[in-house]
Structures are given as C-alpha cells and as structure tokens.
Design a protein around this ligand. Structure first.
Ligand SMILES: *Cc1c(COP(=O)(O)O)cnc(C)c1O
Length: 394
C-alpha cells in the first residue's frame, strides 16, 4: 500500500461529484472574445470579465508585441532588487492621471494588490471593518494583517455605524474595506454613506473597484468617480485583468502610500514585477479609455439590452446595477445543469455555486462585454428561454 496515493484528496473529490458541483474546465483554443472556440466548438462567451473587449484589441496586442521587442519577455527580478523598468513607471503615471489620484502603485494582480496593501497599511492596534461579501482576496489580505477585524452585514450601514460607534475609541487606525461593485450580484457599495460615516468617526476607507474600473464613472474611471467622491476615499484598488483586458492590479492613493508600499508590500518585495508586454498593453488600454467613451457606452448599451430581454422572459436577475447580470437559479445541481444545457446549445455562462456564493444561492452569472453584437445577445436570450422552459425555471 502506497502512502503517496493522496487518497484524502480522492475522497474529497468524490464528495464534490456527489454534490453535483464537480467540474472539468473547458478549453478555449483562441483569444477571449465575444465568441470563443471552447472545446473545439464556437460558443457565445458570457463568462469573461473582458468588459470592453480590449484583451484582443489590435492596438493593445501591438503594444504588447512592441514592448517584447524593446524590453524582452520578463522583468527579471523583484522591483526592489533590479529596479523599475521605465514602462512600469509610465503605467503608474497614466493610471494616476486616469483615476485623478496623486500616485499609483502596480502589483502583479488584483489579488496580490489586496494581499500586499492591506497587510502593509494596517498594524496591531488597528481595526479593519469589512463587508461580509467582500472579495476573497480582501479576506485573505485581512487574514494576513495583525489588526483586529469586524465584519458587517452586506451593505448594512446601521451595522457599520454600530461597529464604529462602539469600537472606534479602542483603536489607533480604523480601516473600512468594501468592494466598489460586488462581483457575484453586480450591486454597488453604498459609498457616499460609507465615506460619510468614515469622516464622522475618523476612519480610513479602502474600495476594491476591480469590477468598477473601466465600467462605472466617466470613461470607466470607477465607482469613486461615479459617486463623485474624489479625494475622499483613501485607497482605491483596481485591476488590469478585467476591463483593461490584460493582467495586474494597482492601488491609487497618495504618494506616501506608494512610498510605504515600496518598503513593506510583500508581493513587491518578494515576487517579480509585471512583464513588460502586460505593462505596455495595459497602458494602451488606459489610453484608449481616456480618448473616448465608445467602449463603456457600448458595454452599458449591451448590458441594458440583455437584462431587459431576460427580464421580459421572467428570469430573476437579482439586484444588479452593473453589466454583471446574475440569473438566479438556487439549487447547486440545478444551476450546473442549466449551465451545461446552455453550453450544449452554444452559449457559455459559468454556473456560480457554493462556496463562491452562499448555499442555495446558485446562479448563472452573465458577463456582458462591449465586444458582443446585438445578434450574439439575441441568440443568447433565445437560448436562455429554451433551456429555462425545458428545466421548468420559467
Ligand atoms: C477579480 C477581483 C480581484 C482579483 O483581480 P485579479 O487581477 O484577477 O487578481 C480582486 N478584487 C475583486 C473585487 C475582484 O473582483
């Protein structure tokens, strides 16, 4: 009998299969676009975060190619050891300009940014107050911090104020953390109220705008811009992996934040910088957003059209205020069955189930993009209608 069979994992995988949530990842044989070649079949893609269709845009791709020619394939080492390639500095400067903030620090991903930043800006004697539906990378970042923590019910401002009122006096700094856009439901944080409470109780604010950047506000400047709260949110996190169409994450804040992170953010100290191709591609995407609202306008137009179409059919699309369009199904196995039937019919929407969302809150999360044509959306809506009727959902 071998002890190297890792039977404990086999048992767990069997449990996934019994619960109906086991899945094999499909393979995409080409770029991420409105229509993709999934497992050798052309399907309409409603599963990516490529909100603006920039991941396969000719200008963005050319910028990546030019950067490889000039700078090579890899950054070579961590930034604090080998120094910064100038292309990273240019990305940080253009992002600061785009976000109307003093300074930006880039990380290898949004996840790295949260993990590195939350830990670096908090200490023992501080309190972190976090919305219960915040993204997993925030939860991990909070776990790595030596500060105490408190969680408030999703977007419940009374619950947030209660914590501030009762506990503010016991701590040095208090940091309120929220997603700008909640990724599984597409609802917005109550940011004006959060900022008001933070100012009233002398707390700092930290908004993870991974799904808001490139989507909300003027030309996709984000949730803070949408609510006109410039200068009143202390740390604004964005990702370059979603609407920007490449990979990477960043925090927009004051210059002192950037300087401190250079010295204390562990993903910057212990992990190699973004590759030049990704950095240059992201610069090009941001430039395109600053040049025109064409991409964000098309995204919202598509999202409105699709939501209306599903709503007319009687689907429950939850509380979404953004292009994230969840179609609520409920039971886990049913959700996965719906997703599979859609894929068989040529529409790719991944089912989202526990533990990504709560038990019994399974949903099909449709992600709209500026790259979708009206024809794509009409086909997708028709397919939803057929599968929904077949499975007795509508
Ligand atoms: C996607 C996401 C991240 C992670 O971003 P990556 O760049 O993909 O690592 C972080 N926070 C939130 C709220 C997200 O939705």
């Amino acid at each position: 009998m071998s002890t190297h069979e890792l039977n404990f994992l086999k048992v767990k995988i069997e449990e996934l299969k019994e619960a109906g949530v086991y899945r094999e990842l499909p393979i995409n044989y080409g770029p991420c676009d409105n229509v993709i070649n999934l497992n050798g079949k052309q399907v309409i893609n409603l599963s990516s975060n490529n909100y603006l269709g920039l991941s396969n845009h000719p200008r963005v791709k050319q910028a990546a190619i030019d950067a490889v020619n000039k700078y090579g394939a890899g950054a070579g080492a961590v930034r604090t050891i080998v120094g910064n390639q100038d292309v990273i500095g240019r990305l940080e400067d253009i992002l600061a300009q785009f976000k109307h903030e003093e300074a930006v620090m880039c990380f290898q991903s949004g996840l790295n940014c949260n993990i590195g930043t939350i830990q670096a800006i908090t200490a023992k004697g501080d309190l972190i107050i976090s919305d219960e539906l915040n993204h997993a990378s925030i939860i991990d970042g909070v776990r790595l911090s030596k500060a105490d923590r408190a969680v408030f019910k999703h977007s419940n401002m009374d619950a947030l104020e209660k914590i501030l009122k009762e506990r503010r006096k016991d701590y040095n700094q208090v940091l309120i953390i929220t997603d700008g856009v909640f990724s599984m439901d597409g609802d917005l944080a109550k940011l004006p109220k959060i900022v008001e409470l933070a100012e009233k109780y002398d707390a700092l604010t930290y908004v993870d705008d991974a799904h808001g950047s490139g989507v909300l506000g003027e030309s996709g400047r984000g949730t803070v811009d949408h609510f006109n709260l410039h200068g009143r949110v202390d740390f604004i996190i964005g990702t370059l992996s979603k609407a920007i169409g490449v990979v990477g994450g960043y925090v927009a804040s004051k210059q002192v934040t950037k300087t401190w992170l250079h010295h204390r953010a562990r993903p910057l100290l212990f992990s190699t910088a973004l590759p030049p191709a990704a950095t240059a591609a992201a610069i090009e995407s941001v430039k395109m957003l600053m040049e025109s609202t064409e991409f964000t306008d098309k995204l919202w137009d598509n999202a409105d059209y699709f939501k209306k179409g599903l709503g007319k059919l009687g689907f429950d699309t939850g509380n979404s205020e953004t292009p994230i369009t969840p179609v609520m199904i409920g039971e886990e196995a049913k959700t996965m069955e719906f997703s599979k039937a859609l894929l068989d019919a040529g529409v790719y929407v991944s089912g989202i189930v526990f533990p990504t969302v709560g038990l019994g809150k399974g949903r099909l999360r449709c992600m709209l993009s500026a790259s979708h044509t009206k024809e794509d959306l009409d086909i997708a809506i028709k397919t939803f209608e057929k599968v929904g009727k077949d499975l007795g959902i509508i």
